[in-house]
Design a protein around this ligand. Structure first.
Ligand SMILES: [Zn+2]
Length: 52
């Protein structure tokens, strides 16, 4: 069982899957759609879940 989360980009509003390690790492995510870099807490939406 692997923990992941989805983040919604505040710039282009795309949702993509991110590995859990980056959730609280203090590192910026890079949106795969528009290339925008932002901290996870700046996401428009975050969905934490477990991937079976
Ligand atoms: Zn984006």
């Amino acid at each position: 069982m692997k923990k992941i989360f989805t983040s919604t980009c505040p710039k282009c509003k795309s949702t993509f899957v991110v590995s859990w390690e980056l959730r609280h790492a203090g590192l910026k995510l890079i949106c795969p759609i528009c290339g925008h870099r932002y901290l996870p807490d700046k996401s428009l939406a975050i969905d934490e879940r477990e991937q079976h």
